[in-house]
Design a protein around this ligand. Structure first.
Ligand SMILES: *[C@@H]1O[C@H](CO)[C@@H](O)[C@H](O)[C@H]1NC(C)=O
Ligand SMILES: *[C@@H]1O[C@H](CO)[C@@H](O)[C@H](O)[C@H]1NC(C)=O
Ligand SMILES: *[C@@H]1O[C@H](CO)[C@@H](O)[C@H](O)[C@H]1NC(C)=O
Ligand SMILES: *[C@@H]1O[C@H](CO)[C@@H](O)[C@H](O)[C@H]1NC(C)=O
Ligand SMILES: *[C@@H]1O[C@H](CO)[C@@H](O)[C@H](O)[C@H]1NC(C)=O
Ligand SMILES: *[C@@H]1O[C@H](CO)[C@@H](O)[C@H](O)[C@H]1NC(C)=O
Ligand SMILES: *[C@@H]1O[C@H](CO)[C@@H](O)[C@H](O)[C@H]1NC(C)=O
Ligand SMILES: *[C@@H]1O[C@H](CO)[C@@H](O)[C@H](O)[C@H]1NC(C)=O
Ligand SMILES: *[C@@H]1O[C@H](CO)[C@@H](O)[C@H](O)[C@H]1NC(C)=O
Ligand SMILES: *[C@@H]1O[C@H](CO)[C@@H](O)[C@H](O)[C@H]1NC(C)=O
Ligand SMILES: *[C@@H]1O[C@H](CO)[C@@H](O)[C@H](O)[C@H]1NC(C)=O
Ligand SMILES: *[C@@H]1O[C@H](CO)[C@@H](O)[C@H](O)[C@H]1NC(C)=O
Length: 436
């Protein structure tokens, strides 16, 4: 078995310059080049240091690396780049029907390497794995990407640039043809690595296309068996959320059998977490509802999972509207965010009717909270027989006004065309008549 295993040879590259000239790796099987990579890769790793704090260190993949552990096969190949004191970076490729792709990227770092991870509490080797967005590369071409691409995880960010990789090399030499990454194509941005920093380490990379990582199915591969507190798995991905489910809610007055407040909507909440917004859909299934109906104000309180919402509607003699909204969210990090806005004028309709809006609406509740609503219908006052009264539709849905406007505009246009045609026709005949 081991005799048949890929024979891996490293071609060392003269390490003359310290600054980012990229890292070159060639993997050879049966004396033939089968995998080639030339890339610049910068890691940013945060780790726990003494005193309950975390520290972030940034470093580049050095030029001096080994490729032990790399394998070439007809359908699966692995590029493994080992460097420094027990660190390694690897990419798994798979080939099928005329193309290949990088499936997984993983990075193992030895926290016991004090030259890099100074004062680390953990001495383990941690591994983070990222599944990559699918980029099909035609077989017998190199994947080329000069633009910077960043993969972000909770404790590790990786930025790549000047990437040239070919897996599944068939004839023993690197192809001259390339499949370029989308980021390189449209504007053909000049590939300037610009190591602008003073001194030894290169400057932090500038921004680029951000590749949202999806954590690999089975997570860490070579992760240490013991529990380390400093190493967290890659952040959960943020794929676009599905449209939230529409919930039906009602409030009954004490001793009443029929509802006095009706509400129906799908809801998404966006809240600020650190410097970015996180979104979650409000789950209507199992939501607890309560509230009250008054003459001048009615209230609906909903609680589901980590979210509590209080809607306060007011009656200002002819109309009702949503006046106050309070939101409380227990975030994934355990903190509790609570905000309210008591000067809203939303979902306004005449008393005795209901307000309805099927389109998505976005509201800013506060700097920390955004709200998107879907398929809204509410009636906080004057509900009869537990049913919504005639709906006042939001302007977004209102085609009843739009239709006459369009028809009117079309008619006006038609009349104008007829008049112009008439005038031109008249002038033509007149002019023609005169020349005769
Ligand atoms: C590797 O990439 C560096 C930086 O883009 C470039 O200067 C060098 O010529 C490349 N080497 C090969 C063999 O393509
Ligand atoms: C990764 O990048 C994000 C966004 O720039 C930043 O908030 C985070 O601190 C970075 N993490 C590390 C470990 O550098
Ligand atoms: C420090 O660690 C203790 C226990 O390990 C924890 O309860 C506390 O929240 C930590 N403090 C900070 C600031 O992270
Ligand atoms: C990558 O492929 C190698 C060889 O097929 C395998 O041993 C390894 O577990 C794979 N890595 C990941 C992260 O799946
Ligand atoms: C970087 O270099 C510039 C000019 O060469 C200098 O003004 C600046 O103070 C330096 N910054 C650091 C952090 O050394
Ligand atoms: C890079 O980010 C800065 C601020 O974060 C922004 O002003 C700039 O437009 C960005 N550049 C590109 C090319 O996205
Ligand atoms: C993940 O692990 C489970 C059991 O541990 C296994 O059944 C499953 O096939 C694995 N999935 C992948 C993508 O490797
Ligand atoms: C390690 O993690 C497992 C599961 O998360 C837990 O059951 C176990 O108690 C942990 N061990 C230590 C030493 O924290
Ligand atoms: C509601 O019912 C309770 C007991 O059944 C009764 O004491 C109370 O007066 C009723 N309230 C109203 C407003 O009818
Ligand atoms: C709204 O308020 C007015 C005046 O305060 C009151 O007369 C009317 O009954 C109220 N309407 C409803 C539906 O409660
Ligand atoms: C709702 O938010 C408003 C505005 O911040 C605040 O005045 C009010 O007390 C809050 N109400 C509740 C029930 O939290
Ligand atoms: C609401 O926000 C989402 C995401 O920010 C956006 O896709 C959508 O177009 C917005 N809708 C409206 C009506 O502004």
């Amino acid at each position: 078995m081991s005799r048949n295993a890929a024979l891996v040879v490293l071609i060392a590259v003269g390490a003359v310059f310290q600054l980012s000239c990229g890292t070159q790796v060639s993997v050879v099987k049966d004396d033939k080049l089968c995998l080639f990579a030339n890339l610049t890769l910068r890691f940013s790793v945060s780790y726990e240091v003494t005193g309950n704090k975390s520290q972030t260190v940034a470093f580049e993949l050095p030029e001096k690396v080994t490729s032990e552990g790399s394998t070439c096969d007809s359908e699966k190949s692995t590029l493994k780049i080992n460097f420094g004191d027990g660190h390694s970076f690897s990419v798994n490729f798979s080939a099928s029907s005329g193309s290949y792709q990088a499936d997984l990227i993983s990075f193992s770092y030895n926290l016991n390497d004090s030259t890099v991870f100074n004062n680390s509490v953990s001495e383990e080797t941690a591994t983070v794995t990222f599944a990559l967005p699918v980029t099909q590369v035609a077989l017998d071409t190199c994947y080329s990407c000069n633009s910077r691409e960043t993969i972000q995880g909770e404790s590790v960010n990786m930025t790549f640039w000047n990437v040239l990789i070919q897996a599944f090399i068939t004839n023993g030499s690197k192809s001259e043809d390339v499949t370029s990454c989308p980021a390189d194509e449209p504007t053909a941005a000049p590939p300037t690595p610009t190591p602008a920093g003073n001194g030894t380490t290169a400057a932090p990379p500038t921004n680029a296309t951000t590749v949202a990582p999806t954590p690999a199915g089975n997570g860490t591969t070579a992760a240490p068996p013991t529990n380390t507190t400093s190493v967290a798995p890659p952040t959960t991905p943020t794929p676009p959320l599905p449209t939230p489910k529409t919930g039906n809610y009602s409030v009954k007055a004490p001793n009443q059998t029929e509802a006095c407040l009706l509400a129906k909507f799908g809801l998404r909440i966006g809240y600020k977490q650190g410097d970015k917004f996180e979104e979650m859909n409000f789950e209507p299934t199992g939501a607890q509802m309560s509230g009250s109906c008054g003459v001048n104000s009615s209230e609906l309180m909903l609680e589901s999972g980590p979210v509590t919402l209080v809607f306060t509607f007011i009656n200002d003699t002819k109309k009702f509207r949503l006046h106050t909204l309070n939101v409380t969210v227990k975030t994934s990090s355990g903190s509790v965010l609570s905000e309210g806005n008591a000067s809203l004028s939303l979902w306004e309709a005449a008393l005795g009717s209901s307000y309805m809006c099927n389109k998505e609406q976005n509201f800013t509740i506060s700097e920390e909270f955004h709200l998107s609503t879907f398929e809204v219908q509410v009636q906080p006052f004057g509900v009869k027989k537990g049913l919504f009264s005639t709906a006042h539709e939001c302007s977004l849905d209102d085609t009843s006004i739009l239709v006459p406007i369009i028809v009117g505009a079309a008619l006006a246009g038609l009349i104008l065309i007829v008049v112009i045609a008439y005038v031109i026709g008249r002038r033509k005949t007149y002019v023609g008549y005169q020349t005769l």
